[in-house]
Design a protein around this ligand. Sequence first.
Ligand code: ZN
Length: 229
Amino acid sequence: MEFVDLSREIFHRTQTHPSHPPVVMTVWGDHSEKKVAGNTTFTSKALYFSMSDHAGTHVDAPVHFDPRPDALSVEQMPLEKFYTSAICLDLSHVPLKHAITVKEMEAALAASGQEIRKGDTVLIWMATNERLLGKPGYVHDFPGLALESVHWLADRGIGMFGVEAISPAPEGELNFQAHMACAERGITHMECLANLDKLIGRGRFTFIGFPLKIRGGTASPIRAVAMFP
Ligand SMILES: [Zn+2]
């Protein structure tokens, strides 16, 4: 069995969506501090951090983008959603800020030699991290899905899709529309994935990426992995 790690590291001041608070991480205590109980001296190290539920590699819960009172929060989402068959499409050739069309999705699917099955997780490699991670443009210049492509994925019965960028669609109106389409179609998406290039040409795999059990969470960090037999 082989695992490909699809999550990014969480660290102090990780680049996050500008509309969410930053990651703040510091040392809470370290081995310089000795604790004595009876005849035993013990030392330990622990970190403190605060962050948005949308920081780092994460999945959006319906309650994030769906204002209806019965929209699920992250701890209410069925665990089956996070352990699925999956494929990854190569759209690494698209320009920055580009909105990927259905025609381009169809071409990428044909090139993958795969099909989309009901319940699949579909990951979309746009070479966003390679081009933008760590640069100011990371939070603005990413490509993403056109609205029609979100509907195209939903029409094929997917459970979730995932991208490397902080948003599933280009910044601004298109991104709002993509989130609203997810609400309308009963699907969701993951953001800030990594290593999607390592899945290209390798066919179908098992996607695993369970969220934390955050009460009322509008999203959750996930440790996303692709599992190959
Ligand atoms: Zn999010």
